[in-house]
Design a protein around this ligand. Sequence first.
Ligand code: NAP
Length: 289
Amino acid sequence: MPDSKVTINAQTQVYGIFGSPVRHSLSPLIHNSLFSELKINAVYEAFEVEKEKLGLAFEAVRALGIRGVNVTIPHKEAAMNFVDEVPEDVDRCVGALNTVVNRNGKLFGYNTDGKGFLTALREELSFNPEGKTVLVLGAGGAARGVAFSAAHAHAERIFIYNRTHDRAVGLGGYLEEYFPEIEIEVLENLEALKKEKIDLVVNATSCGMHASDPSPIDLHLLSAKANVYDLIYAPAETPFLKLAKKCGLPCANGLGMLAAQAAVSFELWTGKREGVRERMLEVLKACRF
Ligand code: NAP
């Protein structure tokens, strides 16, 4: 929430997030905190937008001069249809957006998840995917972003495993099309990993969000010491991360990615970068969710 030092007035610029459900989102908290701390006259709201109303919501962005929005589940892919331009190649390949910038009535779409993921790997695990072997668990929107950013960062090999095999095959084929130089392998079962050296395992599934969920992989299967990243941040320690710690593997949860992707959006909207990611991460760590 903006603090009392910031007055909402006729000059206040409006930002927000479109999603459904969206009321649990932490984005209003982190963006409003930074607007307030940096004394930017702006406010960030959560807008519950149903699938069939996404077009109307983007019309409202144009009509009302809303300066920027984040887009979350289930609208990340559909949002591609409502912007005027997607400037970055990698975002067009991923085929999903999470950030829209309104520049004088023209809407520009970006996906900051991939950059956020790579920043979190660098900051929290000192890991760079270049030349490395990466295992992506999942084949949904987040897995797609993770796999494309690992490929874009020149991973040498990418393994994909998903509960629904056909979705993994779809993602693997799509990646091969864009990155023919990278070895992409879609796994039918995880046993096949016993003879592989994996440098990074990423949980990009929703498995771990509920108390009864198991780890999506038995990390004992891995022959060598891998880094472990879980996109889930609530709970802070999933069974996957508990197992990683038990196995003595370097690991981190998704909070760093959440802060880093938000900081890239914030920079696109305001031009402010210095210290923003670090401050957003502090705000997130201080809040109970
Ligand atoms: P999504 O598109 O709905 O995809 C969900 C994925 O999880 C699918 O691959 C699904 O497999 C798999 N899955 C779901 N339940 C499972 C289970 N019990 N066992 C094994 N696999 C299971 O969701 P998403 O947008 O990709 O998000 C995935 C996760 O990433 C969520 O937890 C989300 O909160 C998190 N996320 C975090 C950040 C961050 O900044 N830290 C950013 C984006 C997303 P099937 O194909 O078989 O259904």
